[in-house]
Design a protein around this ligand. Structure first.
Ligand code: FAD
Ligand code: DLZ
Ligand code: SF4
Length: 508
């Protein structure tokens, strides 16, 4: 009996669980470009083009390897434009009654497939180092699920950067060395960029027509769209960028969108690269003496630590995680996140590069757009939908824990032990945004005061009951309490006024 083997747009890997169980002679692989997936949030046009191009190339690769593939193009007249709809259509065509799929990375789609009238088996996605069972075992009985301890287990499990049972270099974590402010010059012209070929051009033309109302610039399009290109991009980063990755991991420069970042997250998340091969390439560069330990360890921690950990949390916490709102924030996301005018240079720059590249690096996401949303009390689900839409690497299993948990503290402290908030001083230390901003980062109150300075105290004051006793936040409250009471009142009044202007849709 024929079975359908469903492969989703972020599962483009020959070692995929569903493919490993499939039978080339009798089963039919189904891949479907559908409007439902392209519009459940208004994805950035570059992201849609990346996924559709990579899907088309992967299906050609499958066919070349002898698989029978039923492929739906977005523009096909008989396309039902949903994944379950396409499964039902192909089930009739091939007289198949059962479907095998690798578990999707989003509860929405897991549920849609459970509700599909066909018999759908969802296999665990084994492209990760920690299975659901391994993560659940690690989490069970722990009071706090801190990434650092999970990460050490992953180092032991993979043997990455280990000297027998000890961490290479004598320490598990070299983060202290990875907080250097922005340098004057960047000696790396990554990421590696690719000229669109005919197949990609066709997709770009399609996306241009169908999704021109979505936020984001489609062209110039430069992403890798197959495994071979993704490997070239990885090799380029390891050879030229990795050496300074650690040092400037947290730095931000108005004139440089990528600094020493790898730009491999979209490829990893879509299956074009595998996490262990990426980490081994980095470890080998360190073993060969090409990069320092703080670069290699810092990078590997992001992948076998943070990436695996957030996935574990997403599935452990279950459905509804992305809708949590622990701090009860309800303001609307301001227009400046969608490219509307603003005088806040840091936001303007972070949003501008999000629009042009579907990319911002971790600290821009956490300490500029995320920090602002949290301080201003924006509804975390609106914030989460924004991140899910605008970044090329955004899929809910990785996006939601980073946004709802880490950045908005909306999961009640499962991921973060304290909220990631800062005044303008941090942004000024780590970037050059403040030079040339209409606001003055050194001004705390009155004419030209940096909004981060006002909102920071407003946040701490309005959530005093929640955070006052947090040992990591005591110093913040002591500083606030030492301020003259008249000054405190002015800060709060000015912050209130700013928030009212934001709610009224004024230019901030
Ligand atoms: P680099 O800075 O070069 O890092 C190397 C790799 O480490 C990344 O490619 C990524 O695979 C991994 N990594 C680093 N940090 C994390 C993390 N916190 N969680 C998971 N993986 C990590 N990452 C996504 O892949 N998708 C998302 O939707 C996403 N949303 C985010 C939202 C917020 C608010 C924050 C603070 C972080 C988010 N991240 C997300 C994590 C991180 O910002 C991106 O992985 C990174 O910016 C991708 O760019 P890069 O490949 O150049 O990464
Ligand atoms: C994100 C995305 C987009 C834009 N389009 C498709 C598509 O047309 N077909 C498809 O199979 N997958 C697509 N995806 C990826 C899915 O949305 C993704 O598999 C789920 O969000 C789970 O991670
Ligand atoms: Fe951002 Fe404030 Fe600096 Fe302006 S002064 S760039 S608003 S931190």
């Amino acid at each position: 009996m024929t079975r359908l083997i469903l492969i989703l747009g972020d599962q483009l890997n020959m070692n995929l669980a569903a493919l490993k169980t499939a039978d080339k002679l009798h089963d039919v692989v189904v891949m479907a470009e559908v409007m439902q997936e392209a519009t459940y949030v208004s994805h950035h046009p570059k992201k849609i083009a990346l996924i559709l191009s990579a899907m088309r190339k992967f299906s050609a690769h499958l066919k070349a390897n002898g698989w029978k593939v039923a492929y739906s193009r977005l523009e096909d007249a008989d396309n039902t434009q949903s994944i379950p709809g396409e499964l039902i259509r192909y089930a009739e065509r091939y007289e198949a009654s059962s479907v095998i799929v690798t578990e999707p990375g989003e509860w929405r789609l897991i549920t849609l497939l459970q509700e599909c009238p066909l018999h759908v088996t969802q296999l665990e996605d084994d492209r990760f180092i920690a299975s659901h069972a391994v993560f659940e075992k690690w989490a069970s009985g722990r009071k706090a699920l801190r990434m650092e301890y999970f990460y050490r287990d992953m180092r032991r499990k993979t043997g990455l950067l280990m000297d027998d049972d000890k961490p290479a270099g004598g320490r598990w974590n070299f983060d202290q060395e990875n907080r250097k402010p922005a340098p004057d010059d960047i000696h790396y012209n990554g990421p590696m960029k690719f000229q669109p070929d005919d197949l990609v051009e066709d997709v770009l033309n399609l996306v241009e027509v169908r999704f021109n109302h979505h936020f984001g610039d489609l062209r110039p399009f430069w992403f890798a769209t197959d495994q071979d290109q993704a490997h070239q991009a990885l090799a380029f980063f390891v050879k030229y960028g990795l050496v300074k990755f650690g040092d400037y991991q947290d730095a931000m420069l108005a004139e440089n969108k990528f600094l020493y970042h790898a730009l491999v997250a979209p490829y990893l998340n879509m299956g074009l690269l595998e996490p262990l091969e990426v980490c081994r390439a980095v470890e080998n560069a360190w073993k060969a003496g090409h990069v320092p330990i703080n670069a290699a360890e810092g990078f590997i921690r992001q992948i076998i630590g943070w990436r695996e950990y957030v996935r574990g949390i997403y599935f452990l916490e279950g459905q509804g995680y992305a809708d949590r709102n622990g701090l009860k924030h309800h303001r609307k996301l301001p227009e400046m996140f969608w490219g509307g005018e603003t005088n806040m240079r840091c936001i303007q720059k972070a949003v501008e590069q999000t629009r042009t590249e579907a990319y911002a690096h971790h600290i821009q996401r956490l300490m500029i757009t995320g920090n602002f949303s949290l301080l201003a009390g924006v509804d975390p689900s609106e914030v989460s939908q924004w991140y899910l839409a605008v970044y090329a690497d955004a899929f809910e299993w990785v996006e939601a824990p980073n946004v709802v948990g880490m950045s908005q503290f909306a999961d009640g402290g499962v991921i973060a032990s304290k909220p990631y908030v800062s005044s303008g001083a941090y942004i000024n230390r780590m970037s050059n945004y403040c030079k040339g901003c209409a606001y003055k980062v050194s001004v705390k109150i009155g004419e030209g005061a940096c909004p981060f300075n006002l909102l920071y105290w407003h946040f701490l004051d309005r959530h005093r009951a929640r955070f006052e006793r947090n040992p990591r936040m005591g110093n913040m409250y002591r500083t606030w309490d030492r301020m003259e009471s008249e000054k405190r009142s002015r800060v709060l009044a000015e912050a209130d006024e700013f928030l009212l202007r934001m709610e009224a849709g004024e230019v901030l």
